[in-house]
Design a protein. Structure first.
Length: 656
């Protein structure tokens, strides 16, 4: 049974911002800095983030949208937003151009109207305790008016040429100078002087290993650099054109040198400008060479996705596989992008709509992030637009349907997805409060072959779910954890299940379920109806619904079993009204319409509690109490059933 449960753009049903009230405004603890593998503020407070990306046009919303979205994010527990694709030409506003109707032949200056909106967005987020991860080079389309060679042949961000071409590097420096020295009139601070802007990267998904060097002008320049480098080392170059896609260790070493030199030059320039915050290079796996080059930056950053959609004309095919039912998950490539002893942030991850099982992912990812002591996550993405639309009558309307607008908005949109965004309360609490303990044991994987990829390192599979793990490139440095080789198999998992060494995080890909069992946050996810009963410490579930995520978090400092204020979320499948799929549910035939529907989760729950006067309130989409769920309290156990009366996805368990 499905019921309407729309998510509104300007509010959420429950407000947990009071738990983090001492975090407002963002920046109150000083600038972010690195302390071994942690981010800490200047006053010594450890920083952990649960966040989202803002893509392209959403970085420049109208003022009222900035105000309302900032409050909405704070209410659900988000404390970081990554400004992504600000420089993307295919969206307006962008940082160079406010309107598509304008004609601009270069990318040498920022549009004042766009900057005014960006400034106000920063001001609003800061006020609500939300930090900014500031991207620099992401999708900039360099133009002939910028004075670059072969401008029409350059793809977005001019990758990989932007890493070694002098003109392109100087253009990046100008952009960075203009950005970081820009003074925000609403905070009266230059971006470089605002501690609410906490992290930055040099280039998004850009490296010397993943894209071919084909444009003749730039290929000749790189060849000259390579021959000079070879000569300086007494090495003989190839007799014919250099193949930069080769796995030849010498060519890989040269490309690493080019990439490291680029990072050093950009970091030095940013420091000269006065940028104080941690800086990373780029943020995806590719190979070990790409990951090793990150060592000269301040922190590691990773991207990974669980998807396989193929949007081609009218055919909308996608991967409808459950992740937790597989031995291999997106944790493998994420772990590959991390070195122990350095902070690690995941600036993009997602299990995108319309995957039917995506509700299994948020708490699974948050729990592993806490177990690994990762610094945080930013899901990709909140939205690509400011959400507000105008209908044919001129009346302002707000879409509540996932994917009710084309491709880009539909697939990665999360702001109105109950199955993912709807679970952010618990994810934020779990990570920001440290509800799940850090793993007890650590392993470092010794890497010598720079051509290795995640699939070449079997030991990475499952390890992130039991122990802390990361790559080790500096083989002469003092080990942080036990040293292991890439082909070792530390974890056998013969029973097709795995339990963290803390005992708080579990997954069975045989039963297709997982759980989190900490004192202040407890959750089950996956095909929970396929097992007769799931027992956590002081909590029992018997589900009639086959697939769902059910999470409980204390909204006080007390453990769940003694708390007088608990948030309970029960959500599984979520889809648009009248959505249609093929029989195998891996092709979408009709995107459907408003409103969003959630499947009613039917489950019997037994909660051990020292509180004898608890009531279970159903909360509707508008944030009102819809009614009290019948319950009994006997022998210290609160028993109740969800799914019969006052059907919802949110419930508050509170003392009378």
């Amino acid at each position: 049974m499905f019921i309407p449960y729309p998510f509104y753009w300007d509010d959420v049903p429950i407000d947990i911002s009071f738990i983090f009230e001492d975090e407002k405004p963002a920046g109150r603890h000083g600038f972010l800095k690195v302390d071994k593998e942690d981010f800490v503020f200047e006053n010594g407070k450890k920083a952990v983030f649960w966040g989202s990306n803002f893509n392209s046009g959403l970085n420049f919303p109208p003022f009222d949208v900035s105000e309302k979205i900032s409050k909405r994010l704070s209410k659900i527990g988000v404390n970081l937003v990554r400004f992504h694709q600000m420089d993307a030409e295919w969206a307006t506003p962008n940082i160079f151009q406010f309107s598509k109707g304008e004609r601009k032949g270069n990318t040498l200056s920022f549009d004042p109207k766009s900057m005014k909106r960006l400034d106000y967005l920063i001001y609003c987020l800061k006020k609500e305790g939300i930090y900014i991860y500031m991207d620099m080079l992401t999708y900039r389309k360099f133009k002939s008016g910028d004075g670059v060679k072969a401008a029409l042949e350059l793809e977005d961000a001019a990758r990989p040429y932007c890493i070694f071409d002098r003109k392109l590097i100087e253009l990046q420096k100008k952009f960075n100078y203009d950005l970081w020295t820009h003074i925000n009139p609403y905070t009266n601070l230059a971006y470089k002087d605002d501690p609410a802007i906490a992290l930055t990267e040099i280039i998004n998904e850009g490296d010397m290993f993943s894209r071919p060097v084909t444009i003749p002008y730039y290929k000749k320049s790189l060849d000259e650099m390579c021959y000079k480098w070879l000569k300086e080392r007494g090495l003989k170059g190839p007799d014919k054109d250099i193949d930069y896609s080769s796995k030849d260790p010498i060519i890989i070493e040269f490309l690493m040198q080019v990439q490291e030199n680029y990072y050093r030059e950009m970091i030095d320039h940013l420091r000269e400008i006065g940028v104080k915050i941690p800086i990373t290079g780029t943020n995806w796996a590719i190979n070990a060479a790409n990951r090793k080059t990150q060592s000269i930056t301040d922190f590691d950053d990773g991207h990974a996705y669980w998807y396989g959609w193929k949007w081609k004309e009218d055919k909308k095919e996608f991967n409808n596989n459950s992740m937790i039912s597989k031995r291999y998950t997106m944790l493998t490539p994420l772990a590959f992008q991390r070195q122990l002893g350095r902070p690690y942030f995941v600036s993009e991850w997602d299990m995108p709509w319309p995957n039917e099982w995506r509700a299994e992912s948020p708490l699974f990812m948050a729990a592993i992030g806490a177990l690994q002591n990762w610094a945080g996550y930013a899901i990709h993405t909140y939205s690509y637009t400011a959400m507000k639309n105008i209908d044919v009558t001129g009346k302002e309307v707000t879409s509540q349907a996932i994917g009710s607008v084309p491709y880009r908005e539909g697939v990665f949109n999360t702001w109105n997805d109950p199955a993912k965004f709807g679970l952010f309360y618990h994810c934020a609490l779990l990570m920001r409060r440290g509800d799940v303990k850090e793993a007890k044991k650590s392993y470092e994987i010794e890497i010598e072959d720079m051509s290795l990829t995640p699939s070449d390192i079997p030991v990475l599979n499952l390890m992130p779910e039991r122990h802390k793990v990361g790559l080790k490139f500096d083989l002469d440095s003092k080990p942080i954890g036990d040293i292991i080789m890439p082909d070792e198999m530390i974890i056998e998992a013969d029973n097709e299940e795995i339990l963290s060494d803390t005992g708080e995080v579990y997954r069975s890909w045989n039963n297709k379920i997982g759980w989190v069992d900490s004192e202040r946050t407890k959750a089950i996810y996956g095909f929970i109806g396929n097992v007769e009963e799931i027992n956590l410490e002081g909590l029992k579930f018997t589900s009639k619904t086959d697939f769902a995520t059910i999470a409980l978090s204390s909204l006080t400092d007390d453990p769940i079993n003694s708390s007088d204020n608990i948030l309970l979320t029960a959500v599984g499948r979520a889809e648009n009204t009248d959505m249609k799929f093929n029989e195998t549910k891996d092709e979408m035939l009709d995107v459907g319409r408003d409103p969003i529907l959630v499947e009613v989760v039917e489950v019997d729950i037994g909660l051990k509690s020292s509180q004898q006067n608890l009531r279970v309130w159903a909360v509707n989409a508008e944030g009102f109490f819809a009614g009290v769920i019948p319950s009994t309290y006997e022998d210290g156990i609160l028993k109740f059933t969800l799914g019969n009366e006052f059907k919802s996805m949110y419930y508050l368990i509170q003392a009378e």
